[in-house]
Design a protein around this ligand. Sequence first.
Ligand SMILES: Cc1ncc(COP(=O)(O)O)c(C=O)c1O
Length: 397
Amino acid sequence: MQLSRRVSSIQPSPTLALNAKADALRAQGVDIINFGAGQPDFPTPEHICQAAIKAINDGFTRYTPVPGTPELKQAIVDKFKRDNGLDYTTDQVMVNVGGKHSSYLIMQAVIDQGDEVIVPAPFWVSYPPMVILAGGKPVIVPTKLEDGFKLNLADLEAAVTDKTKAIFLNSPSNPTGSVYSAEELRPLVEFCAAKEILMISDEMYEPILFDGRSFTSTAAISPAAYEWTMTLNGVSKAYAMTGWRIGYMGGPVDIIKACSKIQSQSTSNPTSIAQKAAEEALNGPQEIVVEMNQSFERRRDLIMELIGELPQVSCYRPEGSFYAFPSFAAYYGKKAGDKVIGGSQDLADYLLEEASVAAVPGIAFGEDACIRFSFAISDAEIQKGMHQVREALAKLA
Ligand SMILES: Cc1ncc(COP(=O)(O)O)c(C=O)c1O
């Protein structure tokens, strides 16, 4: 069977592939420490699970309206107002099958053949393939560790052409952990709004913030920003609900309507039961979010201390999310036996074999100098894993 050119032009998600590899090694009895996971290691809170069980018992098991149940959409409107100061109506929000699906739908809804979408690097692995699947061209704009991996206005201006249609911005960031302040966002979003470039603001890790930082939504920067921003969020990371597959977004009505049309012809609606659980997550007690954040902050401190003990490794101190993205460039060119470590893929393969540590090579995120370590694992695993990394690095000659 000749597969489509579209599907042949992308690779499977490298983060999910690494997890599958780590799981397979574990199944063979290898004691792998998995720094690859992009999900909280906590269970979904009990009151949220109970809401789903109640939905089943109540027979809430049929199709729902395409963009989500009215009750969940109202909970999303209330959340955007309460946490982000954003005034959206229920027509301006929709529920999707996970946060990943929100970005996918937007690409399908706004991108035509040849349109350009700016993707600052390091980027979340799924942005460029989603642009390609929609017929667009990802325009990768590198950022530097010294700048906190944040995009600046000059680099943005230089990347824009008359074909630029949209830009992805992800804060708190997967994979770098950097967080844009309101002052850093303002020039970027005002420039985009003036050029009529859609800002796709992926705020999936919003509540995971360290050192007492506060969060500003891109759309809240100004009326023009509000008009030209799609605000993406979800329950996966905030409430330890990755398997429930509920994401949501808010933005201009015409884009929401277009995304809803595509959803109506593809997934119909997100799972009815999971929508009831998400409603409880957003409306229910929020203490659990604060508690998880405290754990992530403690683990951030721990992993940064251990990364600091690795010779010749530098790392931006994560301000949010649960990822550290240290640079191992000083080790490239060294040898393991007679094999030269050429880049992040070779080093990640070496760490898996030699240190039994799974971590995602930075090349997957558009930055080959680095490797991504998720610290959404136990303190004991972080300690043991980083110790094994240190020993493995010392063997490279
Ligand atoms: C930056 C970012 N956006 C969106 C998502 C998607 O989340 P979901 O699991 O809800 O599809 C992820 C998941 O890893 C992510 O890291």
